[in-house]
Design a protein around this ligand. Sequence first.
Ligand code: GCW
Length: 665
Amino acid sequence: QAEDGYRLWLRYDQVDGRDVRSGYRSALRAVVFQTTAGEDTPVIASARAELTRGLGGLIDRDPTVHIVAGELRPELGADGYALKAVTVDGERAVRITGNSDAGVLYGTFALLRKMQLGESLDELDETSVPKIARRLMNHWDNLNRFVERGYAGFSLWEWAYLPEVISPRYEDYARALASTGINGTVINNVNANALILTPEYLAKVAALADVFRQWGIRLYLTSRFSAPMEIGGLETADPLDPAVQAWWDAKVAEIYTYVPDFGGFLVKANSEGQPGPHDFGRDHADGANMLAAPLAAEGRDGIVMWRAFVYAFEDDTDRVKQAYNQFVPLDGKFLDNVIVQIKNGPLDFMPREAFSPLFGAMPHTRLMAELQITQEYLGGSVQLAYLGPMWEEVLTQDTYAQGEGSTIGRVVDGTLKGHPLSAIAGVANTGTDRNWTGHPLAQSNWYAYGRLAWDHELTAHQIAEEWTALTFDAEEDAANEIVEILMGSRETVVNYSMPLGLHHIMERGHHYGPGPWVMGGRSDWTSPYYHQANEIGVGADRGQFGSKAINQYALELRQQWGNLDTVPDNLLLWFHHVPWDYEMKSGRPLWDELALRYQQGVDEVHAMQARWDDLQGKIDDERWDATRQRMALQEKDAREWRDACLLYFQQFSQRPLPEGVEPAE
Ligand code: GCW
């Protein structure tokens, strides 16, 4: 039973129902893998192994696999696939076509997924092409195996044993990624350690890359900007110094001798104490281009993902404005193989924030989104927050950069500006926990990220349904119930922690519980900087009389969000400082509304617990009980959030709790 968690969504238990089983058996006498090369490659071998594993479990069949060459199908692009019911030697078969072996691999997983979902194969004829070219995981894993903001055990990478000892888990990890279409992984923390670029570590890195490659996954590394000084013996890391450029050129060439299909670098520079080009009087483009040049030399197709998560304490402009201020003047200055990696919000992965205005502001630069799968600000791996709805909200958000319909999804997939290089990143929630993610239901976030990276137009609901069906043996009613619980869970966390656009009011350091009060140290790491509560009201004024952050958005949004009458409740306190007695859309004064939202969050956790209790016996006991226990802790946490925040803000509002809100214990 413990394996239920380990197997993730790749369970392949026997298909229920004799009819369905026999239908599948007769439709799948053989499988044809068709690529332009028609070769049996290591990736094709993985696809075949997965098919054997999957069909063995689902219908107890080891099909004959034919590998054939076919015409290029331009509409499938590099990684897309087509599934089609065909006849081979008079027998029914399914043909999986891709231009590349990776396409066939993704098609194989798609076929197995359809069968796990009980879909018919009879008239099978469909294609699917990923909208984004580089679909990446980001691991904030340190070389000592501590995972920054990781809540599911230690890093999966066993540095001390590599390269000789290869944990079987590396392959299971790679299979899980490939099953959703992920094709790249950055294995180390953006708060980088230069040691990973030394030969000793590169040999270990190469061993991991060898495993991942068989599943169509390219390996990427973070690079510490000051590496030439730390491991190269140079006196400077100035990007315009020829000796520094030469050092990186040689280093990149060396990396390719270890990892011939190396994907490139991810860089956090001049942010939160990390070194960067500003240390040498240069800008982000100087730094990124220096690293990008050798990655594009000699036929290589490596890229630099340069993070826009930058802010400095010394800069006294509103923190949410700083990235835009630093990057927009550099638009057009980055080399073609540089892509700027932007967190969905301008602050930092809050339960809800306005989107980063950079998405609508750098037309001549390739831009990618960084989403956070790990729940740094949404309860670690204790609290349930299915993030599909949050990412759907982000990806469908209109930037109006080119008029209506300029969604973040279209910025990121490159179609808005016709940029050929497109990418997306998700900060991993995986670790050595037996079930990979700690909270059994947090696997849904890993899955949802992968599915959205492939197709950002899938809905969060659709993905939740899929994941639930793949993950649990539940009857329809119970499965629907799980989907509903998942779907509401993120908004519940918003309600009991940071409703109405409140943000960054969590406890410092661990970021887990409430901490709206003053804590010593840097003001930009303390909550009053963000909520600005006083006797008059609460919220950050980012309008024309405040920090003017709103001016970083398109006119349509400036008008909508800048106006108290039209700003949605859920971003109210993100953009406005609002009097405690301000009459909300509900007709209630702000203070009452705020208190009731906190209460609503707690009530929703209670309702969720009751619904979960009813699922006892309808899914396996182990995962049911593990989730039940976490919900008990979440309930305590939710009350703590409500009580701490309301007691704190009440000092300013000086108003009684409205009816229906339970007083603090
Ligand atoms: O959210 C903050 C986190 C840091 C993280 C940083 C970043 C990796 O608290 O732990 O560092 O963001 O994204 O660089």
